[in-house]
Design a protein around this ligand. Structure first.
Ligand SMILES: Cc1ncc(COP(=O)(O)O)c(C=O)c1O
Length: 417
Protein backbone atom coordinates (compact mmCIF):
# COMPACT_ATOMS: atom_id res chain seq x y z
CA UNK A 1 0.00 0.00 0.00
CA UNK A 2 1.24 3.51 -0.81
CA UNK A 3 2.57 5.04 2.44
CA UNK A 4 1.63 8.50 1.21
CA UNK A 5 -2.00 7.59 1.82
CA UNK A 6 -1.61 6.49 5.45
CA UNK A 7 -3.45 9.41 7.06
CA UNK A 8 -6.21 9.37 4.43
CA UNK A 9 -6.74 5.63 4.89
CA UNK A 10 -7.33 6.15 8.61
CA UNK A 11 -9.47 9.28 8.44
CA UNK A 12 -11.67 8.41 5.44
CA UNK A 13 -13.51 5.90 7.64
CA UNK A 14 -14.85 8.83 9.67
CA UNK A 15 -16.63 10.35 6.66
CA UNK A 16 -19.95 8.75 5.64
CA UNK A 17 -19.56 10.22 2.15
CA UNK A 18 -16.36 8.28 1.61
CA UNK A 19 -17.56 5.07 3.21
CA UNK A 20 -18.01 2.09 0.91
CA UNK A 21 -21.55 1.49 2.22
CA UNK A 22 -22.90 4.32 0.14
CA UNK A 23 -23.79 2.60 -3.10
CA UNK A 24 -24.84 5.59 -5.11
CA UNK A 25 -21.89 7.86 -4.48
CA UNK A 26 -19.30 5.48 -3.13
CA UNK A 27 -17.12 6.17 -6.16
CA UNK A 28 -17.44 9.89 -5.79
CA UNK A 29 -14.15 11.75 -5.82
CA UNK A 30 -14.57 14.96 -3.89
CA UNK A 31 -11.82 17.41 -4.78
CA UNK A 32 -13.56 20.61 -3.73
CA UNK A 33 -12.46 20.77 -0.09
CA UNK A 34 -11.54 24.46 -0.33
CA UNK A 35 -15.17 25.35 -1.13
CA UNK A 36 -16.44 23.40 1.85
CA UNK A 37 -15.10 20.51 3.90
CA UNK A 38 -16.88 17.19 4.30
CA UNK A 39 -18.14 16.39 7.82
CA UNK A 40 -16.88 13.47 9.92
CA UNK A 41 -19.30 11.29 11.84
CA UNK A 42 -18.05 12.75 15.13
CA UNK A 43 -19.41 16.17 14.11
CA UNK A 44 -22.63 14.80 12.65
CA UNK A 45 -23.28 12.84 15.87
CA UNK A 46 -22.60 15.85 18.08
CA UNK A 47 -24.96 18.02 16.04
CA UNK A 48 -27.65 15.39 15.95
CA UNK A 49 -27.24 14.70 19.68
CA UNK A 50 -27.79 18.39 20.40
CA UNK A 51 -30.98 18.51 18.30
CA UNK A 52 -32.23 15.21 19.74
CA UNK A 53 -31.51 15.64 23.43
CA UNK A 54 -30.11 19.08 24.28
CA UNK A 55 -32.11 21.50 22.18
CA UNK A 56 -32.98 24.65 24.13
CA UNK A 57 -32.22 28.33 23.90
CA UNK A 58 -29.00 29.50 25.53
CA UNK A 59 -28.32 32.03 28.31
CA UNK A 60 -32.05 32.38 29.01
CA UNK A 61 -33.96 29.60 30.64
CA UNK A 62 -33.72 28.64 34.25
CA UNK A 63 -34.42 25.04 33.31
CA UNK A 64 -31.96 22.19 33.02
CA UNK A 65 -32.16 21.79 29.25
CA UNK A 66 -31.24 25.43 28.72
CA UNK A 67 -28.41 25.05 31.22
CA UNK A 68 -27.08 22.03 29.28
CA UNK A 69 -27.34 23.81 25.89
CA UNK A 70 -25.59 26.85 27.38
CA UNK A 71 -22.83 24.69 28.84
CA UNK A 72 -22.18 22.97 25.49
CA UNK A 73 -22.36 26.25 23.58
CA UNK A 74 -19.89 27.97 25.90
CA UNK A 75 -17.64 24.90 25.81
CA UNK A 76 -17.53 25.28 22.00
CA UNK A 77 -16.42 28.89 22.50
CA UNK A 78 -13.64 27.72 24.84
CA UNK A 79 -12.52 25.06 22.33
CA UNK A 80 -12.45 27.71 19.58
CA UNK A 81 -10.45 30.15 21.70
CA UNK A 82 -7.88 27.50 22.66
CA UNK A 83 -7.66 26.37 19.02
CA UNK A 84 -6.10 29.70 18.02
CA UNK A 85 -4.45 30.36 21.40
CA UNK A 86 -6.70 33.29 22.38
CA UNK A 87 -6.29 34.63 25.92
CA UNK A 88 -9.94 34.22 26.81
CA UNK A 89 -13.21 32.82 25.47
CA UNK A 90 -14.60 36.35 25.72
CA UNK A 91 -12.54 37.17 22.64
CA UNK A 92 -14.51 34.73 20.46
CA UNK A 93 -17.65 36.14 18.84
CA UNK A 94 -19.81 33.57 17.08
CA UNK A 95 -21.06 34.76 13.69
CA UNK A 96 -22.86 33.12 10.77
CA UNK A 97 -19.64 32.70 8.80
CA UNK A 98 -16.30 34.39 8.12
CA UNK A 99 -18.00 36.92 5.86
CA UNK A 100 -20.14 38.14 8.73
CA UNK A 101 -17.08 38.32 10.99
CA UNK A 102 -15.34 40.66 8.53
CA UNK A 103 -18.50 42.74 8.11
CA UNK A 104 -18.74 43.02 11.88
CA UNK A 105 -15.27 44.61 11.99
CA UNK A 106 -15.98 46.84 8.98
CA UNK A 107 -19.19 48.22 10.52
CA UNK A 108 -18.38 48.33 14.18
CA UNK A 109 -14.67 49.12 14.26
CA UNK A 110 -14.56 50.75 10.83
CA UNK A 111 -17.48 53.13 11.37
CA UNK A 112 -16.24 54.29 14.74
CA UNK A 113 -12.48 54.43 14.14
CA UNK A 114 -11.96 55.45 10.53
CA UNK A 115 -12.33 58.87 8.98
CA UNK A 116 -11.90 60.52 5.60
CA UNK A 117 -8.55 59.84 3.88
CA UNK A 118 -7.65 56.98 6.20
CA UNK A 119 -6.30 54.03 4.24
CA UNK A 120 -6.92 50.28 4.24
CA UNK A 121 -4.50 47.88 2.59
CA UNK A 122 -5.85 44.71 0.95
CA UNK A 123 -4.34 42.51 -1.75
CA UNK A 124 -5.25 41.54 -5.30
CA UNK A 125 -5.79 37.94 -4.20
CA UNK A 126 -8.56 38.64 -1.65
CA UNK A 127 -11.84 36.73 -1.57
CA UNK A 128 -14.85 39.01 -2.17
CA UNK A 129 -15.73 38.71 1.51
CA UNK A 130 -12.53 40.60 2.35
CA UNK A 131 -13.09 43.17 -0.39
CA UNK A 132 -16.71 44.23 -0.52
CA UNK A 133 -17.12 45.10 3.21
CA UNK A 134 -14.12 47.46 2.88
CA UNK A 135 -15.45 48.98 -0.35
CA UNK A 136 -18.71 49.73 1.47
CA UNK A 137 -16.81 51.20 4.42
CA UNK A 138 -14.59 53.27 2.12
CA UNK A 139 -17.72 54.73 0.47
CA UNK A 140 -19.34 55.49 3.83
CA UNK A 141 -16.29 57.15 5.33
CA UNK A 142 -14.32 58.49 2.34
CA UNK A 143 -11.38 56.14 3.00
CA UNK A 144 -8.90 54.95 0.41
CA UNK A 145 -8.31 51.31 -0.46
CA UNK A 146 -4.87 50.19 -1.58
CA UNK A 147 -4.02 46.80 -3.07
CA UNK A 148 -0.80 44.84 -2.69
CA UNK A 149 0.24 43.28 -6.00
CA UNK A 150 1.35 39.76 -6.84
CA UNK A 151 4.78 38.64 -8.08
CA UNK A 152 5.23 36.64 -11.28
CA UNK A 153 5.50 33.52 -9.12
CA UNK A 154 2.08 34.14 -7.57
CA UNK A 155 3.38 35.36 -4.21
CA UNK A 156 2.25 38.47 -2.37
CA UNK A 157 4.55 41.30 -3.46
CA UNK A 158 6.09 42.16 -0.11
CA UNK A 159 8.11 45.10 -1.53
CA UNK A 160 4.91 46.55 -2.90
CA UNK A 161 3.35 46.28 0.57
CA UNK A 162 6.35 48.11 2.09
CA UNK A 163 6.01 50.85 -0.53
CA UNK A 164 2.28 51.33 0.02
CA UNK A 165 2.02 51.37 3.81
CA UNK A 166 2.17 54.84 5.30
CA UNK A 167 1.04 56.91 8.29
CA UNK A 168 -2.54 57.03 6.98
CA UNK A 169 -2.83 53.20 6.93
CA UNK A 170 -5.26 52.14 9.65
CA UNK A 171 -5.84 48.53 8.69
CA UNK A 172 -4.13 45.78 6.73
CA UNK A 173 -6.68 43.07 5.95
CA UNK A 174 -5.36 39.97 4.20
CA UNK A 175 -6.12 36.37 3.67
CA UNK A 176 -3.68 33.91 5.18
CA UNK A 177 -3.95 31.41 2.32
CA UNK A 178 -5.40 32.24 -1.06
CA UNK A 179 -8.35 30.03 -2.03
CA UNK A 180 -7.35 30.49 -5.69
CA UNK A 181 -3.56 30.77 -5.84
CA UNK A 182 -2.88 28.58 -2.81
CA UNK A 183 -0.30 31.16 -1.73
CA UNK A 184 0.45 31.39 1.99
CA UNK A 185 1.13 34.98 2.99
CA UNK A 186 3.95 36.10 5.36
CA UNK A 187 1.62 37.46 8.03
CA UNK A 188 4.18 37.81 10.83
CA UNK A 189 6.40 40.04 8.70
CA UNK A 190 3.39 42.06 7.56
CA UNK A 191 2.01 42.50 11.10
CA UNK A 192 5.35 43.76 12.37
CA UNK A 193 5.48 46.51 9.75
CA UNK A 194 1.75 47.33 10.03
CA UNK A 195 2.08 47.76 13.80
CA UNK A 196 5.15 49.97 13.37
CA UNK A 197 2.84 52.31 11.43
CA UNK A 198 0.10 52.03 14.06
CA UNK A 199 -2.20 50.01 11.76
CA UNK A 200 -4.19 46.96 12.87
CA UNK A 201 -4.10 43.61 11.05
CA UNK A 202 -7.10 41.45 10.16
CA UNK A 203 -6.46 37.88 9.04
CA UNK A 204 -8.94 35.97 6.92
CA UNK A 205 -7.99 32.47 8.08
CA UNK A 206 -10.70 30.58 6.13
CA UNK A 207 -8.22 28.52 4.13
CA UNK A 208 -5.60 27.99 6.81
CA UNK A 209 -7.44 27.03 10.02
CA UNK A 210 -7.97 23.38 9.01
CA UNK A 211 -4.57 22.97 7.41
CA UNK A 212 -1.93 24.26 9.83
CA UNK A 213 -1.86 25.24 13.48
CA UNK A 214 -2.65 28.89 14.02
CA UNK A 215 -1.32 30.89 16.93
CA UNK A 216 -2.65 34.44 17.00
CA UNK A 217 0.18 35.49 19.33
CA UNK A 218 2.97 34.46 17.04
CA UNK A 219 1.11 35.82 14.00
CA UNK A 220 0.83 39.07 15.96
CA UNK A 221 -2.56 40.00 14.48
CA UNK A 222 -5.53 41.98 15.84
CA UNK A 223 -8.56 40.33 14.22
CA UNK A 224 -9.11 36.85 12.80
CA UNK A 225 -12.11 35.60 10.82
CA UNK A 226 -12.92 31.89 10.48
CA UNK A 227 -15.72 29.71 9.12
CA UNK A 228 -16.97 26.45 10.63
CA UNK A 229 -17.83 24.79 7.32
CA UNK A 230 -14.23 25.06 6.11
CA UNK A 231 -12.94 23.15 9.13
CA UNK A 232 -15.18 20.05 9.04
CA UNK A 233 -17.92 21.80 11.01
CA UNK A 234 -21.54 22.63 10.09
CA UNK A 235 -22.55 25.54 7.87
CA UNK A 236 -24.20 28.60 9.43
CA UNK A 237 -21.49 29.30 11.98
CA UNK A 238 -18.20 31.17 11.99
CA UNK A 239 -16.30 33.35 14.37
CA UNK A 240 -14.43 36.56 14.89
CA UNK A 241 -11.50 36.75 17.26
CA UNK A 242 -10.11 40.10 18.39
CA UNK A 243 -8.13 41.34 21.39
CA UNK A 244 -10.42 41.99 24.35
CA UNK A 245 -9.49 45.68 24.59
CA UNK A 246 -10.32 46.23 20.92
CA UNK A 247 -13.67 44.44 21.26
CA UNK A 248 -14.43 46.47 24.43
CA UNK A 249 -13.88 49.70 22.51
CA UNK A 250 -16.12 48.68 19.59
CA UNK A 251 -19.83 49.55 19.51
CA UNK A 252 -22.39 46.76 18.84
CA UNK A 253 -22.86 45.57 15.28
CA UNK A 254 -26.45 44.23 15.36
CA UNK A 255 -29.03 45.15 17.98
CA UNK A 256 -31.66 42.94 19.60
CA UNK A 257 -32.08 40.29 22.24
CA UNK A 258 -29.09 38.69 24.04
CA UNK A 259 -26.74 41.65 23.43
CA UNK A 260 -28.32 44.07 25.94
CA UNK A 261 -27.98 44.69 29.64
CA UNK A 262 -30.84 47.12 30.10
CA UNK A 263 -33.40 48.43 27.63
CA UNK A 264 -35.66 51.43 28.02
CA UNK A 265 -37.76 53.14 25.39
CA UNK A 266 -35.11 55.47 24.02
CA UNK A 267 -31.85 53.95 25.19
CA UNK A 268 -30.17 50.66 25.94
CA UNK A 269 -26.95 49.44 27.48
CA UNK A 270 -24.93 46.49 26.30
CA UNK A 271 -24.01 43.09 27.66
CA UNK A 272 -20.42 42.23 28.44
CA UNK A 273 -18.20 40.46 25.92
CA UNK A 274 -18.76 38.37 23.93
CA UNK A 275 -22.55 38.75 24.08
CA UNK A 276 -22.48 42.43 23.08
CA UNK A 277 -21.84 41.22 19.53
CA UNK A 278 -24.25 38.28 19.47
CA UNK A 279 -27.72 39.69 18.90
CA UNK A 280 -30.59 37.21 18.69
CA UNK A 281 -30.56 33.44 19.08
CA UNK A 282 -27.23 32.16 17.77
CA UNK A 283 -26.59 29.02 15.70
CA UNK A 284 -26.37 26.93 18.87
CA UNK A 285 -26.15 23.41 17.46
CA UNK A 286 -23.82 24.58 14.69
CA UNK A 287 -21.43 26.25 17.15
CA UNK A 288 -21.42 23.05 19.22
CA UNK A 289 -20.74 21.14 15.99
CA UNK A 290 -17.86 23.48 15.20
CA UNK A 291 -16.39 22.71 18.62
CA UNK A 292 -16.61 18.99 17.80
CA UNK A 293 -14.94 19.65 14.43
CA UNK A 294 -12.03 21.43 16.12
CA UNK A 295 -11.67 18.54 18.58
CA UNK A 296 -11.68 16.16 15.63
CA UNK A 297 -8.97 18.07 13.73
CA UNK A 298 -6.87 18.25 16.88
CA UNK A 299 -7.25 14.52 17.46
CA UNK A 300 -5.70 13.95 14.01
CA UNK A 301 -3.10 16.64 14.67
CA UNK A 302 -2.68 19.78 12.58
CA UNK A 303 0.98 18.90 11.95
CA UNK A 304 0.00 15.47 10.59
CA UNK A 305 -2.62 17.14 8.39
CA UNK A 306 -0.09 19.64 7.11
CA UNK A 307 2.48 16.95 6.36
CA UNK A 308 -0.03 14.76 4.49
CA UNK A 309 -1.34 17.70 2.47
CA UNK A 310 2.18 18.81 1.55
CA UNK A 311 3.00 15.38 0.18
CA UNK A 312 -0.29 15.27 -1.73
CA UNK A 313 0.34 18.73 -3.17
CA UNK A 314 3.75 17.66 -4.47
CA UNK A 315 2.17 14.54 -5.93
CA UNK A 316 -0.64 16.54 -7.56
CA UNK A 317 1.71 19.08 -9.13
CA UNK A 318 3.96 16.30 -10.34
CA UNK A 319 1.07 14.48 -12.02
CA UNK A 320 -0.27 17.70 -13.53
CA UNK A 321 3.04 18.21 -15.34
CA UNK A 322 1.91 15.53 -17.79
CA UNK A 323 -1.30 17.36 -18.69
CA UNK A 324 -0.71 19.23 -21.93
CA UNK A 325 -2.04 22.77 -22.25
CA UNK A 326 -2.87 23.57 -18.62
CA UNK A 327 -1.63 26.72 -16.94
CA UNK A 328 -1.52 26.64 -13.14
CA UNK A 329 -1.95 29.83 -11.12
CA UNK A 330 0.03 30.44 -7.92
CA UNK A 331 3.41 29.20 -6.68
CA UNK A 332 4.62 25.64 -7.23
CA UNK A 333 5.31 23.58 -4.06
CA UNK A 334 9.02 23.94 -4.86
CA UNK A 335 8.67 27.70 -4.76
CA UNK A 336 6.52 27.75 -1.63
CA UNK A 337 6.50 24.63 0.54
CA UNK A 338 3.58 25.76 2.72
CA UNK A 339 1.31 26.65 -0.20
CA UNK A 340 -2.21 25.21 0.03
CA UNK A 341 -3.12 21.72 -1.20
CA UNK A 342 -4.96 22.99 -4.26
CA UNK A 343 -4.28 23.75 -7.90
CA UNK A 344 -6.18 26.35 -9.89
CA UNK A 345 -5.70 26.09 -13.62
CA UNK A 346 -6.99 27.10 -17.02
CA UNK A 347 -6.67 25.83 -20.58
CA UNK A 348 -6.61 28.37 -23.37
CA UNK A 349 -9.82 28.42 -25.44
CA UNK A 350 -11.59 25.94 -23.15
CA UNK A 351 -14.13 27.08 -20.58
CA UNK A 352 -13.41 25.79 -17.08
CA UNK A 353 -17.13 24.94 -16.65
CA UNK A 354 -16.88 22.49 -19.54
CA UNK A 355 -13.93 20.78 -17.86
CA UNK A 356 -15.75 20.62 -14.51
CA UNK A 357 -18.92 19.26 -16.13
CA UNK A 358 -17.07 16.51 -17.98
CA UNK A 359 -15.26 15.54 -14.78
CA UNK A 360 -18.56 15.55 -12.91
CA UNK A 361 -19.92 13.08 -15.44
CA UNK A 362 -17.08 10.81 -14.21
CA UNK A 363 -18.04 11.41 -10.54
CA UNK A 364 -15.18 13.83 -9.91
CA UNK A 365 -16.15 17.07 -8.14
CA UNK A 366 -13.96 20.11 -8.80
CA UNK A 367 -14.81 23.80 -8.75
CA UNK A 368 -14.98 26.13 -11.71
CA UNK A 369 -15.70 29.84 -11.92
CA UNK A 370 -14.02 32.85 -10.35
CA UNK A 371 -13.98 31.37 -6.81
CA UNK A 372 -15.21 34.71 -5.40
CA UNK A 373 -11.97 36.30 -6.64
CA UNK A 374 -13.03 38.36 -9.65
CA UNK A 375 -10.34 41.05 -9.29
CA UNK A 376 -7.68 38.32 -9.19
CA UNK A 377 -9.10 36.72 -12.34
CA UNK A 378 -9.23 40.13 -14.05
CA UNK A 379 -5.58 40.64 -13.10
CA UNK A 380 -4.74 37.40 -14.92
CA UNK A 381 -7.10 38.42 -17.78
CA UNK A 382 -9.34 35.41 -17.08
CA UNK A 383 -13.05 35.16 -16.50
CA UNK A 384 -12.85 31.79 -14.82
CA UNK A 385 -10.59 28.92 -13.87
CA UNK A 386 -10.89 25.35 -12.61
CA UNK A 387 -9.76 24.39 -9.12
CA UNK A 388 -8.96 21.05 -7.59
CA UNK A 389 -8.53 21.17 -3.80
CA UNK A 390 -7.41 18.44 -1.42
CA UNK A 391 -7.61 17.58 2.26
CA UNK A 392 -6.18 15.08 4.74
CA UNK A 393 -8.61 12.50 3.30
CA UNK A 394 -7.23 12.85 -0.24
CA UNK A 395 -5.32 9.94 -1.76
CA UNK A 396 -2.91 9.42 -4.64
CA UNK A 397 -5.56 7.20 -6.29
CA UNK A 398 -7.99 10.10 -6.33
CA UNK A 399 -5.35 12.35 -7.85
CA UNK A 400 -4.43 9.74 -10.48
CA UNK A 401 -8.06 9.29 -11.53
CA UNK A 402 -8.61 13.03 -11.64
CA UNK A 403 -5.52 13.60 -13.81
CA UNK A 404 -6.48 10.77 -16.16
CA UNK A 405 -10.00 12.14 -16.62
CA UNK A 406 -8.71 15.68 -16.94
CA UNK A 407 -6.49 14.62 -19.84
CA UNK A 408 -9.46 12.94 -21.56
CA UNK A 409 -11.71 15.96 -20.95
CA UNK A 410 -9.16 18.35 -22.46
CA UNK A 411 -8.57 16.09 -25.47
CA UNK A 412 -12.30 15.79 -26.02
CA UNK A 413 -12.94 19.53 -25.70
CA UNK A 414 -10.00 20.39 -27.96
CA UNK A 415 -11.10 17.99 -30.65
CA UNK A 416 -14.63 19.42 -30.54
CA UNK A 417 -13.70 23.12 -30.49
C1 LIG B 1 -10.20 32.86 1.59
C2 LIG B 1 -11.67 32.90 1.91
N1 LIG B 1 -12.16 33.93 2.61
C3 LIG B 1 -13.45 34.03 2.93
C4 LIG B 1 -14.34 33.06 2.55
C5 LIG B 1 -15.77 33.23 2.92
O1 LIG B 1 -16.18 32.24 3.78
P1 LIG B 1 -17.74 32.15 4.18
O2 LIG B 1 -18.49 32.06 2.91
O3 LIG B 1 -17.82 30.94 4.99
O4 LIG B 1 -18.06 33.38 4.90
C6 LIG B 1 -13.90 31.97 1.82
C7 LIG B 1 -14.84 30.94 1.33
O5 LIG B 1 -14.72 30.43 0.24
C8 LIG B 1 -12.53 31.88 1.50
O6 LIG B 1 -12.03 30.85 0.80
Amino acid sequence: MNKLNNLANITRKDFPLFSSQRDVVSNLIYLDHAATSQKPIQVIKKLSNYYKYENANVHRGAHQLSAKATEEFEQARKITSEFINAKSSKEIIFTRNATEAINLVAYSWGNSELKEDDEIILSLMEHHSNLVPWQLLAKRKGCKLRYIGITDEGLLDFDDFCNQINDRTKLVSLLHISNTLGTCNPIQKISKIAHDYGALVLLDACQSLAHQSIDIDSLNIDFLAGSSHKICGPTGCGFLWAHENILESMPPFLGGGEMIQDVSLFESSWSDLPFKFEAGTPAIGEAIGMGAAINYLQSIGLNNIQMHEREMTKYLFNQLQDVKGINILGPSPEKQENRAALATFYVKNIHSNDIAELLDSKNICIRSGHHCCQPLHKYYKLTSSARVSLSFTSTTDEIDLFVEELKSAINFLKSNS
